[in-house]
Design a protein around this ligand. Structure first.
Ligand SMILES: *Cc1c(COP(=O)(O)O)cnc(C)c1O
Length: 388
């Protein structure tokens, strides 16, 4: 590996040259079924014609102008996203962490506007919100924080799915202004919040005038079978952040807000030089239109169900302790650690990821077909069974 790169990643020894649909091809021409999709980014798979056409057409016209001027594609994307999300205002950055930074700044400003000197945000154990200083401070994983102290203050940690703990926090912390949570925690190993807990969160936020802020960086854009996961629960957050699947590979993040929360950030209070530039917004608009104009959300639900059934009936059933998640965001808890499983899968032509210990995370493209889903399940079952 190039020593000119800082050694921040543990990479598998493979380099891809191109992709098509759910498949990637390495530089030697070998084919792999991509069950991780660039970490929930390539929802439409690789080389999707609508995405390619949007990039080509926009690159031909205009790539960047800055936010000193109006940007047509950014306005169109904001309208489309607000419509599908049930939100009223949108801010664009370039990543998930930046989307969450915008939400954190919005919540703090909301607090100060209500004369709360030291606004605090409730965050959950096991959360992942990004790698910037504020978002790693919000993250519930010591490994990600260690060495980067002093952390950003103003976060209160609560256990997952524990309504009483939240009521206790509410009773003892008058400075709380918001809750920030992932509907399904991805990086901690695919841990869904209970629907009842999410509804209780909405009630507690209403009662105390807290903002309910959902981090849908990973769960958004059709991944769980709804455009946003909260739509499958039947609640509306005040703020929602998204990124990953929004650009299908071009760097974009969005922070959306509803009602008065959409009015909190004013002129000069937040910004990004190329956040929401013409190229990424034209591309993301093609992504949003493709997902909303098709049955891809329903496909995510159906293929997720098929994938579960095939894995539960497959050769590795005895090794699987449980399957968590929703739609095409699944976590397989194995009975025990299997060393080098990602490498073994790679050798078998399958790309998977293990975010924590003995948990396999599957995030295949939303466009996956039933045959490809069966191929995924069969290959993975074979790899686990052979290694166990
Ligand atoms: C990936 C992720 C982030 C961070 O996104 P980046 O684009 O890597 O900054 C934040 N929150 C969640 C839930 C994520 O999955």
């Amino acid at each position: 590996m190039s020593s000119a790169l800082m050694q921040t990643y543990a990479r598998l020894p493979v380099t891809f040259s191109h992709g098509q649909g759910v498949y990637l091809y390495d530089t030697a021409g070998r084919r792999y079924l991509d069950a991780i999709a660039g970490i929930a980014v390539n929802g439409l798979g690789h080389a999707h014609p609508a995405v390619t056409a949007a990039i080509r057409e926009q690159a031909d016209k205009l790539v960047h102008t800055s936010n000193l001027y109006r940007i047509e594609a950014q306005e169109q994307l904001a309208t489309a996203l607000c419509q599908v999300a049930g939100m009223d205002g949108c801010f664009f950055g370039n990543s998930g962490a930046e989307a969450n930074e915008a939400a954190i700044k919005l919540a703090r400003l909301y607090g100060h506007q209500r004369n709360i000197d030291k606004p605090a945000i409730v965050v959950l154990e096991g959360a992942f919100h990004g790698r910037t200083l504020a978002t790693l401070s919000a993250t519930g994983n010591r490994k990600i924080q260690a060495g980067f102290e002093p952390l950003v203050s103003g976060f209160i940690r609560a256990p997952r799915n524990d309504i009483e703990a939240l009521q206790h926090i509410a009773a003892n912390n008058p400075g709380v202004v918001a809750v920030l949570a992932e509907p399904i925690q991805g990086e901690s190993g695919v841990h869904p919040l209970d629907a009842g807990y999410l509804r209780a969160l909405r009630e507690i936020c209403d009662r105390h005038h807290w903002l309910l802020m959902l981090d849908e960086v990973q769960t958004g854009n059709g991944r769980t079978g709804h455009y946003f996961a909260y739509q499958g629960i039947g609640i509306a957050p005040d703020v929602v952040t998204t990124a990953k699947g929004l650009g299908n590979g071009v760097p974009i993040g969005a922070c959306l807000a509803r009602g008065s929360a959409a009015q909190v950030l004013g002129a000069g209070q937040h910004g990004s030089t190329y956040g929401g530039n013409p190229l990424v917004c034209a591309t993301a608009l093609a992504v949003v239109n493709t997902i909303t104009g098709s049955d891809l959300c329903a496909n995510a639900t159906a293929m997720g169900q098929l994938l579960r059934e095939e894995l539960e009936a497959g050769a590795a059933a005895a090794q699987i302790a449980g399957i968590r998640g929703k739609g095409l965001m699944l976590g397989l808890q194995l009975q025990r650690d299997i060393p080098d499983l990602a490498q073994r899968a790679l050798d078998a032509g399958l790309l998977i990821n293990l975010p924590a210990g003995n948990i396999i995370r599957l995030l295949p493209p939303l466009i996956i077909s039933a045959d490809e889903t069966r191929e995924l399940a069969a290959t993975l079952s074979r790899v686990i069974a052979a290694a166990a």
